[in-house]
Structures are given as structure tokens and as C-alpha cells.
Design a protein around this ligand. Sequence first.
Ligand SMILES: Nc1nc2c(ncn2[C@@H]2O[C@H](COP(=O)(O)OP(=O)(O)OP(=O)(O)O)[C@@H](O)[C@H]2O)c(=O)[nH]1
Length: 386
Amino acid sequence: MTAPSGRKPPIPLTVLTGFLGAGKTTLLNRLLKDPALAGTAVIINEFGAVGLDHLLVGESEDGIIELSSGCLCCTIRGALVTTLENLLRALDNHRIERLDRVIIETTGLADPAPVLQSVLLHPYLSIRYRLDGVVTVVDAVNGARTIETSWEAARQIAVADRIVLTKTDLSAADPGIRATIRRLNPSARILNAVDGEAEPSQLFDTQPFSTDGKIADVAAWLAGDEHEHEHEHEHEHEHEHEHEHEDAHAHHDVNRHDARIRSFVATRATPISRAALEDFLSRLAERHGEHLLRIKGLIQTAGDPDRPLVVQAAQTIFHPPASLPAWPSADHRSRLVLIVRDLPEEAEDAIIGAFSDLPRTDTADARTIADNPLAIAGFSGRFQPR
Ligand SMILES: Nc1nc2c(ncn2[C@@H]2O[C@H](COP(=O)(O)OP(=O)(O)OP(=O)(O)O)[C@@H](O)[C@H]2O)c(=O)[nH]1
């Protein structure tokens, strides 16, 4: 590395984290429209073999770098370091004009500690970058339950310098969520930001990252002292998950997070009517809701095939689908990416089969409906986006 270190001021770097579907991309899309964030490079990392985020993040594709699939905290940590080094090299060699800021959006399943260690403990990156802080997005509907069931989510909150609370506009929002957050993080500023409505000045260049005011575990995690952490908590369940997490990563299966969480994709080549899609999603939520962590999809609808419908769900909260003005790539097939926990494999096969062969309501006959492996006897409900 030939860069003249020490002469240029360090580049502020923010880690944007938060559990699956909490609203990270929504926040990022809003923020990147602000001229105050010109010159920002965004590193996106998505879990699962088929990412959709790069297709869904705003109009300005400049400066957006998608890291190969895998979980940022383990399997592709090396790729993160290389990307950060390459950005510096491009700046020093004048291949890019400016690099005023870097934002790393982690996957919703990422343990933020190894991501922070990659920068803080790196002899060169720690000089050229300044950790401006960790911004953690927390969903006011699913947040409390998520903390209970996912140690990663609890860590994401505990290490945060700023917390962005989303989905407080929904009737299911938990009025006690701030108190729950405070138990894990006594000092971070908590901002209310429905649909990512936040000002860059509230999130960047305020106070730099520090372990001061955070629960004692944070310093231990950053020191990589997992042993101490395990003893302090004597939390068997959490311990178990950490081992599963490590085991799964050792096999480099990009679709597996640990022994319980995995991602898969269901595709369909022909357009789907809105009614059939709604039936399918209703049945999916009804039948497998407890296993669903995240659904994202781009759907070719029969009524409007040139404008893909974006389907989004965080756990069992289905968000109102929105249409994109055009397909973001040449591939116009419908794709649903699901992240599930403890879903039996037969159920995965059934979901893939049902999606690829949905009964078309315009041509449906009794046999195709009966053959649909997701069909529920007597079910006649409709998917109601909340
Ligand atoms: N009602 C409501 N919906 C929101 C809010 N913030 C985000 N959403 C919706 O939540 C869904 C998930 O938002 P994303 O921004 O994609 O979440 P994410 O954290 O990037 O998701 P992953 O990258 O999969 O972890 C989308 O349908 C958003 O429109 C909010 O404050 N209120």
C-alpha cells in the first residue's frame, strides 16, 4: 500500500445495522438523496445467494458496492477489508474524485462486533478511516421479540451510537420498545424515523464511536473476548447459537446463517395475477408464519408486467407492495427470497413448488387449487397488507 498515510484526514465510516427487515435500506435510500451525503460510498452486504437489495436501493447506483453473498460478520470479512483498501487505493490513484464517507450496511443477521474489529484492529484501515459510529435500526413492531430470539439483534442494539426507531406508524407498534432498547443500551440517542425520515446531521459526525456509556459486554466483544462474554452471561441458548453460527460458516454455505436460519429463493417465469399472489402470501403467513424472518420479492404481475411489484415482509408484517417504474435488470422472472428459521425442508419444497405453479385465478380450476401444496382446506381469506 503506497498511500501517504497521515496527510489526509481519516475518512468517516459508519456501520449501519439492524435486524432483518427493520428498515436499513429504506433509511439509506432517504439519506442518499441528501446532498450532504454526496461523495459517500456504500458497501452493501446481503445474506443469501440471490440478493435483491442492489436492485432496490435508489436511483443513484454510483458509489454502491455489493459484497458477494454471505454474512459480513464471518465468511466475507476478508472481502470487506479488501473493499475498504481498494477504495483508498482508488482515491489515492485518483481513479475516484472523492471519498468523503463510507457507509457499510450489514446484513440483518450480522454480529456487528467482527465488522467493527475489521476496521478498528486493522493497522492501516484504522489510520485511514475514522469510525464515525454504529447506527442501528430497530423495528418498533418486531423489535422486542427479535431481541428475545436473536442474540445478533441484541448485540446490534448494544453497540449502537445512534438508534433509529422505525414502524412506529403501525398500529402494532410496541409502546414499550424504547424501554426495552434502554436496557441494552443506556446511552445511545434514539431517533424516531418513520420510513427512514432522518437527517444526516442526526446520524453522522455527531459523536464518534466509543464504548463509553455502553454495557460492559461491548468492550469485551470488541476485544474478541467471547470467553469472558459467555461466562458473564451463562446464557446457554446464546452460547449454543454462537457455536452453530461458527459451524455453519465453516462450511461456507452462503445460504445458511446457522443450523436454524437459511435462505432460499422461489421463482416463476410466467406473470401472476394480484389475487393469486395475495392468496399465496396469505397462505404462506398462515401456515408458516412462525418460521418466516424475511421475505423480499420482485413480482411480474399479469395486470402490469412491465412494472415489477416489490413484495416485502419482516417476520409476519407484510408491508404494502409498491411498483417499480421498470425492471431493474433484464431478468423479468418473479423472484421471492425467503429467510426462514427452523422451517422443515419439505415445507421449503412445497413453497417453491406452489410459487412456481400458482393457480391463476383467471384460469384456475378445482384441480390446480387442490394440487397447490399450500392450499388450506376451506381457506378463502385475502392477503391484507398492513
Ligand atoms: N410502515 C412502515 N414501514 C416501514 C418503515 N421503515 C421501513 N418500512 C418497510 O419495511 C420493509 C423493510 O424495509 P427495508 O428498508 O428493506 O429493511 P432492511 O432492514 O433493509 O431489510 P434487510 O436488508 O432485509 O435486513 C419495507 O417494506 C419498508 O417499506 C416505517 O417506519 N414504517
